[in-house]
Design a protein around this ligand. Structure first.
Ligand SMILES: [Mg+2]
Length: 198
């Protein structure tokens, strides 16, 4: 998707059958290392919370709440600042599915428990791999800013984008997801406007 989360109509996702959303933090809803939602996205985040309820929206970051976050202090303060729960997973995407399932109260045995949740993030190797590996509806957004971006992330991002483009050119595509074919979602995520109705 060539847009940020503003292009996502949360109510459309919900009415199509998505039960909740998992949001990456850096460059998805905040500028890198910022503890407040990026101002142009505040209304969109509010709309997500109102469409799904606070219990069904969570921030899943590879910094706050990860193995690097001692005592989950950053997750707690971030959660207070953002007004959204921040997952305390103690790992790094693409790991973390069990913590996410536990957060949403999904039974362990249910392998497709996350299938009705959407993963939204700006990175192929973390967010998209995680979402697709766990059968989620996965939406990749464009990064918000290169300012303050983590150096490793910035280098990786370039390689990921090139590699993903090559895989697509070689005929590989994302795993099929039933919700990805829902006409309302197809229309919403399409970068070209839908054809006019006859
Ligand atoms: Mg990110």
């Amino acid at each position: 998707m060539d847009h940020d989360i503003k292009a996502i109509d949360w109510k459309t996702l919900a009415s199509a059958g998505v039960r909740g959303v998992v949001l990456d933090k850096d460059n998805t809803i905040t500028l890198p290392y910022s503890r407040t939602v990026y101002l142009p996205l505040v209304n969109s985040v509010r709309a997500a919370l109102s469409a799904f309820g606070t219990d069904n929206v969570v921030v899943f970051s590879n910094s706050a709440g990860s193995a690097d976050d001692v005592g989950f202090a950053e997750a707690d303060s971030l959660s207070a600042m953002l007004g959204i729960p921040v997952l305390k997973h103690g790992g790094k995407k693409p790991d973390g599915a069990d913590a996410l399932k536990a957060h949403f109260g999904l039974p362990d045995a249910s392998d497709d428990g996350l299938a009705s949740y959407a993963m939204i993030g700006d990175r192929h190797l973390t967010d998209v791999v995680f979402g697709n590996a766990n059968g989620m509806l996965t939406i990749k957004t464009e990064l918000l800013s290169t300012e303050n971006d983590n150096q490793v992330a910035s280098i990786m991002r370039r390689y990921e984008a090139k590699y993903a483009a090559k895989l697509v050119a070689d005929g590989l595509s994302a795993p099929d997801h039933p919700l990805a074919n829902h006409p309302d979602i197809v229309t919403m995520l399409s970068t070209t406007p839908p054809p006019p109705k006859p």
